[in-house]
Design a protein around this ligand. Structure first.
Ligand code: F6P
Length: 358
């Protein structure tokens, strides 16, 4: 039976989103279904008329899957259950979204998002009676019940390449190079990048650190005859007193930022080394997706369409033991995935002699 399915990207963008959209459209096309792309996430449903357009296989001619960003647009603000209004009040605007879902006449919605987006989209699906299937994406790789989320591999590749570029200039100038990477609350990007990029110190929010221990490691590297050191730090690492480093942007939004500069000053002060700081920021999100992210995106997209066909809703596609599977969205949101201090990668880092600051 023919179906009409909606698809939207929600939350911060990342590499691989277009490859997911392509996979869903191609897979639905095989079944003769119609796909409607909802623009700008839930913001596209908060208009008088739904901001949406038909997506066809023809549009995905081979260029789109290679592109970073999302052709549908996205939003990472404005929880419709508690929507900030211009007068400073908050309003429940879910009725408007559900009315627009209904106007589109959708049989199901594919929501591509992180844990926050999955929580909101799930609630909307329940209240509005629009069945949903979720696809996990986030460079932070912190969604539970899946080993990988779309966008993580590309972000780590970009950050590793940054370390590759920092190493020769660090060696040329006898410097300590500090690379601050993203990862709102989880240190997966920092950990993977630090191992892949040959860092001497990796700091993640899940493991406490001592500045003296970091200094000791750097002195040891120098005593061993190497004239430079590489440090990778996750943006979510706090000051030793537990205070987080925030930046408040002009639009009033608070984001992590500042730990890299703090570390640079402290390391220079304690070790007497020259230190420089690079804050990688959004370049981790805007790259062309790696082959791994394209594979994950393709497997997730095809599986999502299969779940809709089978009538399996309130499920999120996931990657486990080299297979694409489906898990309950509720479980995925509940099982936030931070860096486990006993994990293989933490043990690997320690085994390589990398300091985790503790
Ligand atoms: O959650 C993804 C993420 O890129 C985090 O790693 C980062 O802290 C945050 O989003 C940045 O958000 P924004 O794009 O709003 O600055």
């Amino acid at each position: 039976m023919s179906k009409k399915i909606g698809i939207l990207t929600s939350g911060g963008d990342c590499a691989g989103l277009n490859a997911v959209i392509r996979a869903v459209v191609h897979s639905a096309d095989q079944k003769g279904w119609e796909v409607i792309g909802i623009l700008d996430g839930t913001a596209g449903l908060l208009k008088e008329e739904p901001d949406a357009r038909k997506l066809t296989s023809r549009e995905f001619d081979g260029t789109v899957m290679r592109m970073g960003g999302t052709i549908l647009g996205t939003t990472n603000k404005g929880d419709p259950f508690h929507f900030p209004m211009p007068d400073g009040t908050f309003k429940d605007r879910t009725g408007e979204i559900i009315a627009n879902y209904k106007k589109l006449g959708l049989d199901a919605v594919v929501g591509i998002g992180g844990d926050g987006s999955h929580a909101i989209l799930r609630k909307l699906a329940q209240v509005g009676g629009v069945p949903m299937v979720g696809i996990p994406k986030t460079i932070d790789n912190d969604i539970g019940e899946t080993e990988n989320s779309v966008g993580f591999d590309t972000a780590v590749s970009v950050a590793t390449e940054a370390l590759d570029r920092l190493q020769p200039t660090a060696a040329s100038h006898d410097r300590v190079m500090i690379l601050e990477v993203m990862g709102r609350d989880a240190g997966h990007i920092a950990l993977a990048t630090g191992i892949a990029g040959g860092a001497d110190v990796i700091l993640v929010p899940e493991i406490g650190y001592d500045l003296e221990k970091i200094a000791e490691k750097i002195q040891k590297v120098k005593a061993g005859g190497r004239n430079f050191a590489l440090v990778v730090v996750s943006e979510a690492v706090k000051k030793p007193d537990g205070e987080p480093f925030w930046v408040t942007h002009a639009d009033g939004q608070k984001r992590y930022g500042g730990i890299g500069n703090y570390l640079g000053e402290q390391i220079a002060k304690i070790t007497g080394s020259e230190a420089r700081v690079t804050v990688l920021g959004h370049v981790q999100r805007g790259a062309q997706p790696t082959y791994n992210d394209r594979l994950l995106a393709s497997a997730f997209g095809v599986k999502a369409v299969q779940l809709i066909e089978e009538g399996k809703f309130d499920r999120m596609v996931a990657w486990k033991n080299r297979e694409v599977v489906d898990v309950s969205i509720e479980d995925a949101i509940a099982a936030y995935q931070e860096v486990d201090p006993n994990s293989t990668l933490v043990k690997t880092a320690r085994g390589l002699g990398i300091s985790l600051g503790d």
